[in-house]
Structure formats: structure tokens, C-alpha cells
Design a protein around this ligand. Structure first.
Ligand code: G4P
Length: 281
């Protein structure tokens, strides 16, 4: 399937805008979904940032398993990439991020030309970019107006006396292949109706079984027992009342319910992708 089916038109406009915005920033903060760091990262864009200071944020860490998030951080560090976990659910994450910004700001302001540190959040749709910007808007010291020169027309949020954040995030196109589409559908990162949600929900259930996490399912869906994944799916559909008028299971509604439960944390913290072993690199 071509990427054009996914984000028609707007995505190439977004990329052109991002290329332009990158000229005005010192620091690129790339948001990945901590549950799918691999599928939420598109290597096609590495070139875009290669001359910029770059921080990876494993965002929505509140929904991911801490041990697996740590493994991902070690992996990125082993690749000489700076990375940290983040979630809007914990103040300690924000404090750590602000300390990192402060360090960068000191680096910039120790240069010959004194000026604020300028930053942008980038990432695939729905990874949480706007939420982070809003978090900083609420904390912002001021909103700065247009500036002359290359930053003309952009809105900057002054988050500290010498730090500014671009108030429009950079949108990256996700990787589009069968496997990543399924992962993206599970975390809710692709538009509704663009993936086979029955297939995505079955795959999700099978991951819980493989990882021996049936108890997470049982806590949410009492009576759910070990067995073939299709049978578990149907049992959930029946027990949750996802039925058609003739009393048959409504596959679409059941799948949507399972995915929604995963996305809102009702099925526990569960990371879908494992970091490659560090010593392989
Ligand atoms: P985007 O700009 O990258 O497209 O993403 P956006 O900020 O709109 O966030 C997408 C969804 O991710 C929102 O949920 C938002 O609340 C959620 N989100 C952002 N940060 C975090 C986080 O740290 N942890 C968790 N668990 N979720 C986070 P939504 O259901 O689409 O909207 P809403 O009902 O929460 O407003």
C-alpha cells in the first residue's frame, strides 16, 4: 500500500514545512511511542536531522513496561543516540527533560553569539507532540511573536528565559509495511479505518499469550481462559456484549474494544517491541 493512501497531500506539505523549520532550531526532540519504538521511528528521516543535536523521547512511558523501556534506552545509547523516557503522567520526567534543556541552553549560550536555545518536537501522528507542546504552553513564560529573518511567521513559546520551543510540531510519516501498520493500529497511531483491526486485535492478544501475560487479559475480561487466540477473541466479544442483532459476535466492535482497552491502559503496561540486544552492535 502506498503511503499516499494514509496521509494524502498533507504529509508532503508537512515534510516541506519541517525541512524549513529545522533550519531555525538547535535541538530536535524526536518522540517515539515507548510501546513500539521501532515501528514509530522511520529511518527514512534520519538524514533530515543528521546535522542537528537530537534527543529521542520514548513517550507514553506510562503505558510501557519499565524494564523494556530501559532496554530501549540502553540500545539507543549504545548507538550513540541520546534518549530518555517520558510521560505526561510523571513530574520527574518533566524535571529531567528540563534539566537536559538547561544543559543544552548552556552549551548554546557559551558560544560566540548569545541567543536562545530553539527546539522542535517531531514524530509520527498521534505520538503526543501537541500534548507536549501544550504542556509547555501552560508553563510558558511568554509567547513570542514573529521574528525577522528565517524565523519569520513562526510562533515560539518561551519556556524559560533563554529557551524557545516552536509551537507547531514536525510531523513524520510512519513506516508503512504490514507489520508496522499492525503495531501502529494497536497503539492508535493511524487513522481509523486504515487497518484491519480484527487482524490487529488478534495479533495483540497473541502477544499477551506469547509473553505469558494472560492474567492481564483476565483482569479486564473475567472468564478469559487460555486457548486459541480466535476463541479468546470470541469469548471477549460475547462477555462484553459486542453482538449483532442476531446474537452473533460483532467482530469489528470486539476488535475496537480490545484495541481501545490496550490504548487506555486497561490491559496493563505492555510493550510490543523488544530492543535489539546491545552487544550485537
Ligand atoms: P500528536 O500531536 O503527536 O498527533 O499527538 P497528541 O498530542 O494529539 O496525542 C495523542 C494522544 O496521546 C492523546 O490521546 C493524548 O492524550 C495521548 N498522550 C499524550 N501524551 C501521553 C502520555 O504521556 N501518556 C499517555 N498514556 N498518553 C499520552 P487521545 O485519546 O487522542 O486524546 P485525549 O482524549 O487524551 O485528549
Amino acid at each position: 500500500m502506498s503511503s499516499g493512501h494514509w496521509y494524502p497531500g498533507s504529509m508532503s506539505k508537512a515534510m516541506n514545512q519541517l525541512r524549513e523549520d529545522l533550519k531555525a532550531v538547535d535541538l530536535v526532540i524526536e518522540l517515539l511511542d515507548a510501546r513500539i519504538p521501532n515501528s514509530s521511528r522511520n529511518p527514512a528521516f534520519y538524514d533530515l536531522f543528521k546535522n542537528k543535536k537530537h534527543l529521542i523521547l520514548l513517550h507514553k512511558a506510562d503505558r510501557a513496561e519499565n524494564k523494556r523501556t530501559e532496554a530501549w534506552l540502553s540500545y539507543f545509547n549504545s548507538m550513540n543516540a541520546e534518549a530518555m523516557a517520558f510521560s505526561v503522567q510523571g513530574k520527574h520526567y518533566l524535571d529531567r527533560l528540563l534539566r537536559y534543556f538547561k544543559k543544552e541552553e548552556e552549551r548554546i549560550s557559551s558560544g560566540r553569539f548569545k541567543r536562545p536555545l530553539r527546539m522542535i518536537f517531531v514524530g509520527i501522528p498521534n505520538v503526543g507532540k501537541s500534548t507536549l507542546i501544550n504542556l509547555f504552553v501552560r508553563k510558558a513564560v511568554t509567547r513570542t511573536g514573529n521574528r525577522p529573518g528565517i524565523t519569520r511567521g513562526k510562533q515560539w513559546i518561551r519556556i524559560m528565559p533563554n529557551m524557545e520551543l516552536l509551537d507547531t510540531p514536525g510531523i513524520l510519516r510512519p513506516k508503512i509495511n504490514e507489520e508496522t501498520v499492525r503495531s501502529l493500529a494497536v497503539v492508535g497511531a493511524i487513522p481509523a479505518g486504515r487497518a484491519d483491526i480484527y487482524d490487529a486485535a488478534l495479533w495483540l492478544l497473541s502477544r499477551y499469550l506469547e509473553q505469558e501475560k494472560l492474567k492481564y487479559l483476565q483482569e479486564r475480561y473475567p472468564g478469559c481462559e487460555s486457548g486459541p487466540v480466535e476463541a479468546i477473541f470470541e469469548k471477549i466479544g460475547f462477555s462484553q456484549g459486542c453482538l449483532q442483532s442476531e446474537g452473533q459476535i460483532d467482530y469489528e466492535r470486539t476488535a475496537a474494544l480490545i484495541l481501545r482497552d490496550y490504548q487506555n491502559g486497561s490491559l496493563g503496561k505492555f510493550t510490543l517491541e523488544e530492543a535489539p540486544p546491545v552487544d550485537e552492535f
